[in-house]
Design a protein around this ligand. Structure first.
Ligand code: ATP
Ligand code: MG
Length: 450
């Protein structure tokens, strides 16, 4: 529980920070043309029905930064039931806090009723866990209370559809201009209420190329362990936003700097070194840089690839142990280690089954790609996940060099070759026994890893 002294300190801090500053239409550059038609429709219908209606959060922040917002969120004083009354295409969702989703085909506009303070400090006990985490969050309030409950100053700006002004409650404009990520209120209390805010601080710092304010940054390392209590499903969603949004490499470095990465991927973090040159660290750099490139080129990405890359060397370490202590064959060891490593990983990040299936396929292909004799090579190429498996083999080649790099080169040539050349490449492989080859590869690798 948060001590009374701290709560008083927090509320004093918050009160001093929440001060409304209105920026009139002619003093900012957000135009209605920048806002999606569907969001505008919702804002106007609420307004015309006599309610307050604001565009809020990331939408306002990104428009002020001349960036394309990912989505448009709306806040209002209408209750969910009143919202539902106004829109035929409305669905109410969420038990913890009821939200309205207004559906326009695939486009969904989220409308939230202003949230108030959860409870008076004396009654906080029932709404918070021992660590001060908010368990309930379902009281409606005024717009200024709503602003106070948001995470960062730059996320607490409201665009008012009534007169097109911006309501800045926490000095967000100033922080936006100077590139500062600053929590509203007492940072330690706010992190204890919701430890995911630590991840969000890092995510926005990387994505917006901003600096985390000193007092917002200071409690992160000491409180990083609180992430261990966050449901693994929520951390899966967050991990994608962190690492698969086009700034993954930069975000990864910041997560390490703040001791947060090890809370998301404990087995991966065990491989980290002072110099940053372990195989795991090398492959993470390659995988995240390639994901960032693909996203920024507008290409599709598969989260399974990243997880497969992050966990491959921890997987091999586990497999080596199974071979040494339980005399597994390399193949069986990798298969068994896949179960062990994934079981451990899903405790912190609940990777859904559809992705773990692909991760396993990518790993299994690392065992199958060396076996190219006869018709095997052509058959492998027909597999659904061949491309992902090959891409990963190439990355391993860059990290490990030697046999793996040779093998990756062979596969790249093979794919680009015509029929005759492919046949010649297969013939060149000779009649080497694939089983023996596998074992030899393994021994070589072990030697070079030492
Ligand atoms: P993005 O570009 O990632 O969508 P965003 O700021 O819109 O950024 P969302 O997760 O969509 O982020 O949340 C919308 C808004 O809700 C935020 O801008 C912030 O005001 C508020 N918010 C979201 N998560 C939290 C949280 N954990 N604690 C407090 N406020 C939050
Ligand atoms: Mg958003």
């Amino acid at each position: 529980m948060v001590s009374t002294e701290k709560s008083q300190h927090a509320s004093k801090d918050t009160q001093t920070e929440i001060k409304l500053n209105i920026i009139e239409r002619q003093k900012h550059h957000i135009s209605r043309q920048d806002i999606s038609d569907n969001a505008l429709k919702v804002l106007y219908r609420l307004h015309n029905a006599g309610y307050d209606a604001f565009l809020v959060g990331g939408g306002v922040r990104d428009l002020l930064l001349d960036k394309q917002p990912k989505d448009f969120d709306i806040a209002t004083n209408a209750t969910p039931e009143q919202i539902k009354h106004l829109f035929r295409n409305c669905r109410l969702i969420g038990r913890r806090f009821r939200l309205a989703h207004i559906m326009f085909g695939r486009d969904i506009i989220e409308v939230a009723t202003f949230r108030g303070h959860h409870q008076e400090p004396a009654k906080n006990v029932s709404a918070q866990s021992d660590e001060g985490m908010l368990l309930r969050d379902n009281v409606y309030g005024s717009v200024d209370e709503d602003a106070e409950r948001r995470d960062f100053t730059i996320n607490a700006m409201y665009y008012n559809i009534a007169d097109y002004s911006i309501h800045d409650y926490a000095g967000g404009i100033e922080d936006l201009n100077s590139g500062v990520i600053r929590l509203i209120g007492d940072p330690e209390t706010r992190y204890r209420e919701d430890p995911v805010r630590m991840l969000r601080a890092v995510r926005f710092a990387a994505k917006l190329d901003m600096t985390i304010a000193e007092n917002t940054a200071a409690p992160i390392r000491p409180l990083a362990h609180l992430l261990e209590d966050i449901p693994a499903a929520r951390l899966f969603e967050e991990s994608l936003k962190l690492l698969q949004s086009g700034q993954g490499l930069k975000t990864y470095h910041l997560l390490r700097e703040y001791d947060l990465f090890s809370k998301l991927f404990p087995q991966v973090a065990e491989e980290f070194t002072e110099e940053g040159h372990s195989q795991t660290e090398k492959v993470i750099e390659l995988a995240l840089a390639s994901t960032d490139r693909r996203i920024n080129d507008g290409k599709r990405i598969n989260p399974a690839f990243m997880f497969a890359a992050l966990l491959w060397y921890p997987l091999e370490k586990q497999a080596r142990q199974l071979m040494e202590h339980r005399h597994f064959s390399y193949y069986d060891a990798i298969m068994e280690a896949s179960n062990i490593v994934l079981d451990k990983q899903v405790k912190s990040i609940a990777i859904p089954r559809r992705h773990t299936a692909t991760i396993r396929e990518i790993w299994q292909l690392q065992l199958r790609l060396p076996r190219r004799n006869g018709k095997r090579a052509s058959r492998l190429m027909e597999l659904n996940k061949f491309r992902a498996g090959f891409d990963f083999l190439e990355m391993r080649g860059e990290v490990e060099q030697g046999d793996v790099a040779e093998l990756a080169k062979w596969w790249r040539t093979f794919q680009n070759a015509g029929r005759n050349m492919r046949q010649a490449m297969i013939n060149d492989l000779g009649q080497s026994n694939p089983g023996q080859r596998r074992r030899r590869n393994y021994r070589n690798k072990k030697k070079s890893a030492q």
